[in-house]
Design a protein around this ligand. Structure first.
Ligand SMILES: Nc1ncnc2c1ncn2[C@@H]1O[C@H](COP(=O)(O)OP(=O)(O)OP(=O)(O)O)[C@@H](O)[C@H]1O
Ligand SMILES: [Mg+2]
Length: 496
């Protein structure tokens, strides 16, 4: 029987959507499979065995459709596919046809899942593909050259004479460096950003302005329409982690800055983090980026995770990791309180030992022989927990106040950044903050102590304010369920 590639029902749905909405039926069905294959090849890790299963509701495709096997010479790309996969997987796939078909199927299905999780139907599929398949290989997609001209005209409308001296394309915004003729105009510019956005027809999205170190030059960040955004794919996390400063103890990468460089920091020095943003703004995705960064670098001997997720969904996949305390994700406030109280005890024990050793903190060489793991507490939705029980605040505050020295860190996320969820005591002890998009300036102020987050673009667009550093704008890396599964598989494989 001729070899076939099998898909499942969800795969078929995404093929349909790509055809209907992405490609507007201009190509046959199997070409979506080829694109998916290409997409999967750009992911560094190998697709895993779970993609071998043949489930109901799917479809089957012959190799003739996918690789052109058996067709005329010019249309048969099978040897090319075999060569590509042989090199990729270091196996002779000319000799082993079953293995060849297996890898083909895994790649195609993984690519389809990537489409499902990282392409948004409202976005231009060609643009998406261009970036996903060619990103980092070619220069970014060019934009209309006269945008700078339009900006200069719009500035003139609010009474500012300026020239564009440089221009950068970020994944979602274009940054223009403009030289003002008159320094007094900077006040006019800061006050006139809404008018400027209106003059440029930017809809509800705002413009950000920041000073630069060059005299009379300001940086203006202009949002592009969503069809022109580029997703930051999860596999870039892996390469960013390799560039982390050697003295960072817990490097975490969240996304990229305007000029496309990975943005990371050392969670150990943060030392606690609050993440706030409205629903759908990208909090969970950011938590995944943080968790994947951590489990990529640390084995369970050096890192423990206490995971609390009242909604019981987002963090569930991590429960099987040996890093996870109690090997489960806590969803109940009473369980969470009990676990946090145990952590407070751990903290006190560690503090007592540190004091007896004359050591300042867990990094002090005098404490090295204790072999303590760092412990990161991740709360997926703080507001839900506080609603369940106010009593959770007490151990959280105690940990926030003192846990740094003993290597315990809090990462708290919430959809409701208000005074009840993020009380004064928590606020003053959690100095590092991340704001994703919020509805109102007041919410931005609760998270960051400054406005701005109400002008963000959503979907992982964030303002990051780390202790002692200026606020930076970051476009978050897109982590799909598939990336999470892969990150967990990889972490387990490394531990074995
Ligand atoms: N960095 C990103 N790049 C592209 N799309 C993103 C990014 N982050 C989030 N998204 C999109 O936004 C959706 C919602 O993200 P996420 O689930 O993280 O939001 P959330 O803030 O946790 O929402 P909720 O409060 O409802 O849990 C994602 O499914 C994804 O489609
Ligand atoms: Mg969420």
């Amino acid at each position: 029987m001729a070899a076939k590639i099998y898909t499942d029902r969800q795969d078929e749905q995404i093929i349909e959507t790509v055809l209907k909405k992405g490609l507007r039926h201009t190509v046959p069905k199997w070409s979506v499979l080829r694109l998916a294959f290409g997409r999967s090849l750009r992911i560094e890790s190998h697709p895993d065995e779970s993609l071998d299963h043949r489930e109901g509701g799917g479809s089957e495709y012959s190799l003739e459709q996918l690789t052109g096997e058996g067709k005329d010479h010019e249309e048969d790309f099978t040897p090319l596919f075999r060569a590509l996969l042989s090199v990729r997987h270091a196996e002779d796939l000319f000799a082993d046809n079953d293995a060849f078909v297996r890898w083909l199927q895994r790649h195609v299905r993984r690519g389809l899942r990537e489409f499902r999780s990282s392409w948004m139907e409202s976005h231009d599929f060609h643009n998406y593909l261009l970036h996903e398949l060619l990103g980092n290989l070619t220069t970014p997609v060019p934009t209309v050259a006269d945008d700078g001209e339009r900006l200069i005209h719009a500035l003139a409308e609010i009474g500012i004479t300026a020239e564009v001296v440089e221009h950068q394309e970020g994944s979602r915004i274009s940054r223009y460096y403009v030289r003002l003729r008159d320094v007094n105009d900077i006040a006019l510019l800061t006050r006139g950003l809404d008018k400027l956005a209106f003059a440029l027809g930017l809809g509800e999205y705002g413009i950000f302005v920041s000073p630069t170190r060059e005299p009379r030059i300001a940086a203006l960040d202009l949002p592009r329409p969503p069809e022109q955004w580029h997703m930051v794919p999860a596999h870039t996390l892996v390469s960013w982690l390799e560039t982390a400063a050697p003295d960072w103890r817990m490097p975490v990468y969240l996304g990229q800055n305007v000029s496309g460089q990975g943005f990371g920091f050392d969670l150990a020095t943060a030392p606690h983090l609050l993440i706030g943003g409205t629903t759908g703004s990208g909090k969970s995705v950011s938590l995944h980026a943080l968790l994947l960064s951590l489990i990529r670098r640390h084995d369970p001997e050096h890192l423990k995770l206490l995971l609390i997720d009242p909604k019981h969904v987002e963090l569930a996949p991590y429960a099987t990791l040996p890093h996870v305390i109690e090997q489960r994700v806590l969803s109940d406030a009473s369980d969470a309180i009990a676990s946090l109280q145990r952590l407070v005890e751990t903290m006190s024990e560690r503090e007592a030992i540190l004091a007896s050793l004359g050591a300042r903190d867990i990094d002090d060489p005098r404490a090295a022989h204790q072999g303590w793991a760092r412990i990161v507490v991740v709360v997926e939705e703080l507001a839900d927990l506080i609603l369940q029980s106010n009593a959770i605040e007490e151990p959280l505050v105690r940990l926030a106040q003192k846990a740094r020295a003993s290597g315990i860190h809090l990462v708290l996320a919430t959809q409701r950044p208000d005074a009840q969820t993020f009380s004064g005591l928590l606020r003053s002890n959690i100095p590092s903050r991340i704001a994703l998009s919020v509805q109102k300036g007041a919410e931005s102020r609760i998270i960051l102590d400054e406005t701005g987050a109400e002008k963000l673009l959503g979907k992982g667009d964030m303002l990051v304010k780390l202790i002692g550093q200026p606020t930076v704008r970051i476009h978050g890396v897109m982590v799909s369920p598939n990336d999470i599964a892969q990150g967990i598989v990889d972490a387990k494989r490394r531990i074995l």
